[in-house]
Design a protein around this ligand. Structure first.
Ligand SMILES: Cc1cc2nc3c(=O)[nH]c(=O)nc-3n(C[C@H](O)[C@H](O)[C@H](O)COP(=O)(O)O)c2cc1C
Length: 188
């Protein structure tokens, strides 16, 4: 039996747990950052990704104005810091990034700064904004990738050396999928 009388406004919850990242924006002297669980690759060539940010967020205003942002991928050992920047708006507390315990460093190609403690940074130039509903999708062209040499492997990064954060219903977990791994070549 399948249940179907479910509040449609909760439909998005069936798409969790979700890969959790931090989007930094603004400039090195006037930065902001927020935690997001809604992001997606959009194209390999050109290299595009989408980050979904609610219209009311301070980051929304900043990215619209400054047209660049960085996708910072935190290790699970940064879960507290990651939670912190997702709780407080930079509008109320302009020092939230340093209070979280993060350090900023200049990006190579854009004004938006990178988070130093995150071992993977994707520098993006805003190329489109798609209005969806209560969130807008900022489409970023990835123009620079920085990965710590200690975690890099030939595909992207070594999962045994860098465990990402996944979020669902007030709980954080590290690479949920690591525990149940099947090699593609073992499938018929
Ligand atoms: C785990 C987690 C995931 C979140 N995902 C999103 C998201 O996908 N999009 C969004 O707009 N806000 C999301 N938020 C909320 C923002 O991070 C939060 O409102 C933040 O304080 C906004 O900061 P700002 O106003 O400085 O931009 C999430 C928060 C947490 C803790």
């Amino acid at each position: 039996m399948k249940i179907s009388n479910i509040d449609l406004k909760t439909a998005y919850r069936f798409l969790y747990p979700r890969f959790t990242i931090i989007v930094s924006s603004g400039t090195l002297s006037n930065p902001n950052a927020l935690t997001i669980a809604w992001s997606t690759p959009l194209s390999a060539d050109p290299p595009l990704l989408g980050v979904l940010i609610a219209n009311k967020r301070y980051s929304h205003e900043i990215i619209k104005e400054t047209k660049s942002f960085v996708v910072n991928i935190p290790h699970f050992n940064l879960v507290e810091e990651t939670h912190f920047v997702g709780q407080i708006s930079g509008r109320e507390d302009p020092k939230k990034i340093e209070k979280a315990g993060f350090t900023l460093e200049p990006s190579k190609k854009i004004a938006a700064p990178r988070i130093k403690e995150c071992k993977i940074n994707l520098e993006c130039k805003l190329v489109d904004t798609i209005t969806t509903g209560d969130h807008d999708m900022f489409v970023g062209e990835i123009i620079e990738i920085a990965v710590d040499s200690t975690i890099r492997d030939e595909w992207s990064y070594d999962l045994s050396k860098h465990q990402s954060i996944y979020w669902r219903q007030s709980k954080f977990s590290s690479d949920a999928y690591r525990l149940n791994v099947v090699n593609e070549e073992d499938l018929t």
